[in-house]
Design a protein. Structure first.
Length: 364
């Protein structure tokens, strides 16, 4: 019988998003020498998924995106009673719990940022956050960066010494089902996007792109389907209505089944201001759906422009609209990008490769 290492995953989000999906993929995968435990909020859809994957008794409920001292001690007792050997935190809020638990218990802490998210901070907020990370890094065994671009940002910000950062790219399950040729031929052409409707995801840029397509008299050639929710949802919905784009942009809301609709699309678009290594892009590329994305860290760590996807400057809606138009006019280009995307993900971003590297880190 193999002695297993007990790993506690901490996340302060269990709603729809790349971070919770990453945790779910980890705990659902076949680690030979690791047993998983989870601390997470009671949010849909992932809390029930976590409980199903690890068992009710191995799952602890904590508040959604909120730090509380009493919760820290609740986690402390959970760690002790379950003989936890590794604490793996996911995201900023969870990272505070994880590193403080390491300080209290002496147990190794591993932290995954899932994106260097300070783009909307003012100078004081940036200083306080970076200072906090520098202190917490003292109690961190390793920081996982999900891309080389994210690692460079962590090191440049002075979070910790470069030797403490290990790059393990996100991985996805390679699906058997791929996009169909009808994806190019469809009228109107279905453009898909997953969003959290916040400053980072910059969803209002899709509205600006549609306004430009409208001025070019080609907006009716496309139909945008945006899945997700967030604090800016109502604002974006109002903006769409004011611009008379209700028939062009469909806000589909949060949909746990959204990834299964990727095979029915013409292309995927990302307007993010920053990323870590977006799972949604990998999932789109894995089924052969061409991706048009902002040229930011995370996106450009995946995409080679005009080889397996498209990149455009994050402040250049003209470039984004032009790329959409070019892709719609060329079946050869669509097929080339689709094939290149599948090859890129299969060779570099399969989930087995990610699992192997993370298990090696746990047992090192």
């Amino acid at each position: 019988m193999i002695n297993k290492t007990n790993v506690l995953h901490i996340t302060v989000r269990a709603d729809i998003g790349g971070g919770p999906e990453h945790v779910f993929r980890l705990i659902s995968s076949n680690f030979e020498r690791v047993k998983h435990f989870v601390a997470a909020p009671n949010n849909k859809p992932y809390f029930l998924k976590f409980k199903y994957a690890v068992g009710d008794s191995n799952c602890l409920e904590i508040p959604f995106r909120k730090f509380e001292i009493k919760v820290l001690f609740k986690l402390f007792h959970f760690v002790r009673s379950n003989n936890i050997s590794i604490i793996h935190s996911h995201g900023k809020g969870a990272g505070i719990y994880g590193r403080l638990l390491s300080l209290l218990t002496g147990i190794r802490a591993i932290h995954t940022l899932h994106g260097f998210h300070i783009g909307d901070y003012n100078k004081i907020q940036k200083y306080l956050y970076i200072s906090l990370e520098r202190v917490l890094s003292i109690f961190t065994y390793k920081i996982i960066a999900v891309s080389e671009g994210e690692k460079n940002k962590i090191v440049q910000a002075g979070f910790c010494h470069e030797k403490k950062v290990v790059v393990i790219p996100n991985g996805v399950i390679i699906p058997k089902e791929k996009v169909r040729q009808s994806g190019f031929l469809q009228k109107p052409k279905k453009v898909i996007s997953f969003s959290r409707f916040n400053y980072q995801k910059n969803t209002e840029m899709i509205v600006d792109i549609c306004k430009l397509l409208k001025n070019l008299s080609i907006v009716n050639d496309f139909e945008f389907h945006i899945y997700g929710d967030g604090e800016d949802f109502s604002k974006i919905k109002k903006l769409i209505s004011e611009e008379n784009l209700d028939k062009i942009i469909n806000l589909a809301g949060p949909d746990p089944d959204a990834r299964n609709k990727l095979v029915d699309g013409f292309c995927y678009i990302s307007t993010s201001r920053w990323e870590g290594l977006p799972i949604s892009l990998l999932e789109a590329m894995a089924v052969g759906l061409p991706v048009i994305a902002t040229n930011v860290v995370g996106n450009r760590d995946i995409i080679e422009n005009y080889k397996d996807g498209f990149l455009f400057d994050s402040d250049n809606i003209n470039e984004a609209a032009r790329t959409l138009s070019e892709l719609a006019d060329s079946k050869d280009m669509w097929e080339k990008i689709s094939s290149g995307a599948i090859k890129k993900v299969e060779e570099n971003f399969g989930i087995k490769k990610m699992i192997t590297k993370i298990e090696e880190l746990y047992l090192s």
